[in-house]
Design a binder for this molecule. Structure first.
Ligand code: SF4
Ligand code: MG
Length: 334
């Protein structure tokens, strides 16, 4: 069965002082019909660029390079002409952004904005498009939708604006929704409601969801499969249960250790030491080496590949082949 989305060796490059810098460096993954896949990593890992690539929206001077391939429903996205691309965007593949205030048009009512999306793609009558917008606002849980539709974005709360964004993304029943940190700007209660809404819409419509987040709590709630990114690469890929019960890559372990726990007084137990290095100055060998508590000689000389850890579980770390170099947790705390 062919996946809905099939991304092979995706590369995004930006011109740097001494040549191209690869912000996304050979990402390969698939999303099946109706599946929820999470892309996880700290900011600067290339998650958002990966998402933008899928719709060919990489901001210049960045560009998709190398032998990148993106197939959506069997069609080659990178060679589509503009009209075909426009018909896919929004209608079959839609995106939900982090900050609805900047993504929404401040001078149009929210009803008009959703109706506009409908009209651009379906050429239906104005009144019908408006009715679809109101129905969609109801479906995303906005009370008194006919009245709310006539309001402007600034008249709504942050949570309601995010619901409007979701309504706009879903109004044409796309088969794939890409959501880039859709709850990051919201408080915890509203976050939970928005995730619940996305789950509900997924079940109702059978859409696939590619969810981008730095929050493993969100991953646990939503994903069937997880892709962990670091410095523009996939470092671990696993079914959600395996990732949480048996993480393999030291970066994933670090992210898990840094996860806020329920009932914990401190909101961070541990953090990963250091920060993501500038892409033009990655260490030799393994890109995570500077921050890794387990790094050994081979890590400096040989770049790890994605090794198979278990069924559908892969990790870009030499420890998969040489587990004897794994240092115990106590030894790390010098
Ligand atoms: Fe750490 Fe080496 Fe594995 Fe990289 S390859 S994550 S440096 S142990
Ligand atoms: Mg981002």
């Amino acid at each position: 069965d062919q996946p809905l989305l099939d991304v092979q060796s995706l590369q995004v490059a930006f011109p740097g002082k001494t040549g191209d810098v690869r912000a996304v460096d050979g990402i390969t993954f698939t999303v099946a019909q109706g599946e929820t896949v999470c892309l996880v990593g700290e900011s600067g890992c290339g998650k958002s660029l990966t998402a933008l690539s899928l719709l060919r929206l990489v901001p210049p001077p960045g560009r998709i390079t190398g032998s990148s391939q993106i197939r959506f429903d069997g069609r080659d996205v990178l060679t589509l002409d503009e009209p075909s691309l426009r018909s896919i965007r929004g209608r079959q593949m839609a995106m939900i952004f982090q900050e609805p205030m900047t993504a929404l048009n401040p001078v149009l009512t929210v009803g008009d904005q959703i109706a506009e999306v409908v009209r651009v793609h379906t050429k239906c009558r104005r009144a019908d498009a408006w009715q679809q917008a109101v129905t969609m606002l109801e479906q995303v849980g906005i009370a008194d939708a006919p009245a709310r539709a006539k309001q402007y974005p600034h008249e709504l709360s942050g949570g309601m604006r995010q619901r409007v964004m979701i309504a706009m993304a879903l109004v044409l029943s796309p088969r794939l929704v890409i959501a880039d940190e859709p709850t990051t700007a919201l408080d915890v209660t509203i976050q939970a409601q928005i995730l619940e809404l996305l789950r509900d819409m997924r079940e109702r419509t059978g859409m696939a969801l590619l969810l981008i987040t730095h929050d493993l709590g969100v991953v646990a709630e939503m994903a069937s499969r997880v892709i962990v990114m670091y410095a523009g690469r996939v470092v671990e890929e696993a079914p959600v249960a395996s990732l949480f019960s048996a993480p393999s890559h030291p970066y994933t372990e670090g992210l898990l250790a840094a996860m806020p726990r329920l009932g914990s007084t401190r909101d961070r137990l541990t953090t990963i030491r250091g920060s993501v290095p500038p892409l033009g100055a990655l260490p030799s060998g393994c890109a995570f080496r500077d921050r890794c508590p387990h790094a050994f000689a081979r890590c400096a000389t040989e770049e790890p590949v994605l090794y198979q850890v278990g069924p559908a579980h892969r990790s870009r770390c030499h420890l998969v082949q040489e587990p004897e170099h794994r240092v115990m947790a106590m030894e790390q705390q010098t």
